[in-house]
Design a protein around this ligand. Structure first.
Ligand code: ZN
Length: 566
């Protein structure tokens, strides 16, 4: 009830074309939906990538729409709020001090107009397209190059008011039951005093759980290298690929810093191969996570090279869609938000004589991203030896004319990180020489494009929340119905039973709901999809989510029938 009220309110204040694209009777339905997100970029990033590719991008032959990206509290969104919008269809709150919601509603929205969320829905989890697709019997998958508990993939598979609590988020991602998960983040599966299998690094969990073992016990094949990925036979149905302890590295940095990591295109191809065998169809999210980080570094080299491997992944998806009967597969390509405020051109240059070769030369001469060069300088820089720094920059960027200012800031930052962030010094050194300009090291509130393949009528200018509804309607379900099925307040669910919860260990990803009636006692551990009753463990169709902000536990309505039937 409450949720539909918000939809109504939002629909009236937002762009007027909502109804045109989400009315159920008009909706086009698809067996498969593939969403591909180049994180943190805009039009100029694509322009630069196309110049470098020297050929059309895959997206160039797709339909184009425009997307507004503001969050519940800012005209410039963060990644968690952005991903929540296109995963759930709802704007949420994300700022530096109050909260950074992932697929959970806020208590109020202040943009574009101030509006209180109905009391029962404040801080309530909102169902995601991935959860709806899973309930509809489809195979579901997540592919990214960040750690999987990072904003975009996490928003599709977990619910929490703070995107930074990786332990809580990763546990939900494991118990969410996705069929394919490829990306980084192995350390978040392993306890802090245990080693990550096959690595010399320790895990980071503080709840005593080994989620790697949980995955194995749930029938997953867990792989860690490109070779294993390429060797996966197509009879595999459930696979987790954990290709890095934390994030994977930028595409061109793999050669030096992640030689066993697969490319985004390889992960996308394998994911589609596995998910595509489900006769009910599939939903897949693919994120090129690090275009955003290159943008945060104002690093044109990272932007262009990561965008082009993303372009390969888009081609894999579109080729698959084209290999299917018309109207079976919807492919949507859109950034979550713009980042860096990149422009082709910069103040101080003669724009009438901007030759692309000048920009392309800088990229061609560089064989690592700003992040890769920073890593190189930190590990090989020989303290603050000026000659060594010059040599490394010349070897990896072909730059032999570093100014004394530039050298001084590199040295200063190597000596003392308080002087700055090394990536943000290297990135601008490259970009300045390429003739491109940036307005910020943060995100911007610019609209972003959305490219689509498969829609009969592509939308014009839409709000990012409408993307979630486009996906859900396309797959044949209503997100609000999924929310009402998956996230019921435990205190209203169990008739005449004593409902209590233990939240003391919640920051370590522990805690549980206890339901007692007569002699029957069931516990529902937080962030998992199970009910433990007597000596049995019963699977639920969704997660038990504790909402700390609301101090409520939400779980599938189905839990009541399972409890009563036992
Ligand atoms: Zn970002």
């Amino acid at each position: 009830m409450g949720l539909s009220l918000i939809v109504l309110l939002l629909a009236t204040v937002l762009v007027s074309c909502t109804k045109q694209y989400i009315a159920r009777d008009e909706a086009e339905t698809f067996r498969n939906v593939i969403v591909l997100v180049p994180d943190g970029c805009g039009f100029a990033h694509m322009t630069a990538a196309r110049w470098y590719k020297d050929a059309p991008l895959t997206q160039d032959s797709m339909e184009v729409s425009m997307v507004r990206t503001f969050s519940a509290n800012s005209a410039i969104t963060g990644s968690a709020a952005a991903a929540t919008a296109f995963a759930t269809g709802y704007k949420t709150w994300e700022d530096s001090d109050r909260t950074k919601c992932l697929s959970i509603l806020p208590d109020e929205i202040i943009i574009p107009v101030r509006q209180k969320i109905a009391a029962g829905d404040q801080w309530r989890p909102a169902a995601t397209v991935l959860e709806g697709a899973r309930l509809a019997g489809k195979a579901v998958g997540l592919v990214a190059t960040c750690y999987m508990s990072h904003a975009t993939p996490a928003a599709f598979a977990s619910h929490w008011h703070s995107r930074d609590d990786t332990g809580i988020i990763m546990e939900q991602m494991v118990y969410q039951g996705a069929d394919v998960v490829f990306g980084g983040g192995f350390s978040y599966l392993i306890e802090s005093d245990s080693m990550i299998p096959g690595s010399a690094q320790k895990g980071t969990r503080r709840d005593g759980e080994n989620l790697y073992e949980v995955l194995l016990s749930r029938g997953y094949e867990v792989i860690t290298t490109e070779d294993e990925l390429l060797r996966l036979t197509s009879d595999k149905e459930k696979v987790w690929g954990m290709f890095a302890a934390r994030h994977m590295v930028h595409d061109i940095d793999r050669r030096l810093f992640g030689p066993a990591q697969p490319s985004l295109a390889e992960m996308t191809r394998k994911a589609i191969e596995i998910l595509g065998k489900d006769p009910d169809g599939f939903f897949l999210l693919v994120e090129a996570s690090q275009v955003d980080w290159a943008s945060h570094d104002n690093d044109l080299v990272g932007v262009v090279t990561d965008y082009l491997v993303f372009d390969n992944a888009v081609k894999v998806a579109v080729d698959f869609a084209k290999s299917q009967p018309t109207g079976r597969t919807l492919v949507l390509v859109f950034p979550d938000h713009d980042c860096g405020g990149l422009a082709m051109g910069d103040s101080g240059i003669d724009y009438l004589s901007f030759r692309p070769e000048k920009m392309l030369d800088v990229i061609k001469r560089t064989d690592l991203t700003a992040d890769g060069i920073a890593m190189k300088l930190k590990t090989e820089g020989g303290g603050i030896d000026t000659e060594r720094i010059k040599e490394i920059i010349e070897r990896h960027c072909g730059i032999d004319d570093l100014t004394s200012e530039e050298l001084k800031s590199i040295e200063g930052t190597l000596r003392d990180t308080a002087n700055g962030y090394l990536n943000e010094i290297i990135g601008p050194i490259l970009s300045r020489r390429a003739g491109v300009g940036w307005t910020t090291f943060g995100h911007t509130g610019n609209d972003v494009p959305m490219f689509s393949h498969g829609l009969e009528r592509s939308p014009k200018v839409i709000d990012n929340t409408q993307i979630a509804r486009l996906c859900a309607e396309g797959l044949g379900f209503e997100l609000d119905e999924v929310t009402d099925r998956l996230f019921v307040d435990a205190r209203h669910l169990f008739d005449g039973a004593a409902v209590t919860f233990d939240t003391s260990g919640v920051h370590k990803s522990m805690g549980q709901l206890v339901v007692e009636r007569d002699r029957k006692r069931a516990t529902f551990p937080f962030f998992k999809n199970i009910m433990i009753i007597e000596k049995d463990t019963v699977s639920l169709e969704g997660l038990t989510v504790y909402s700390l902000k609301a101090d409520k536990v939400f779980l599938p309505a189905q839990a009541r029938r399972l409890f009563e039937a036992f």
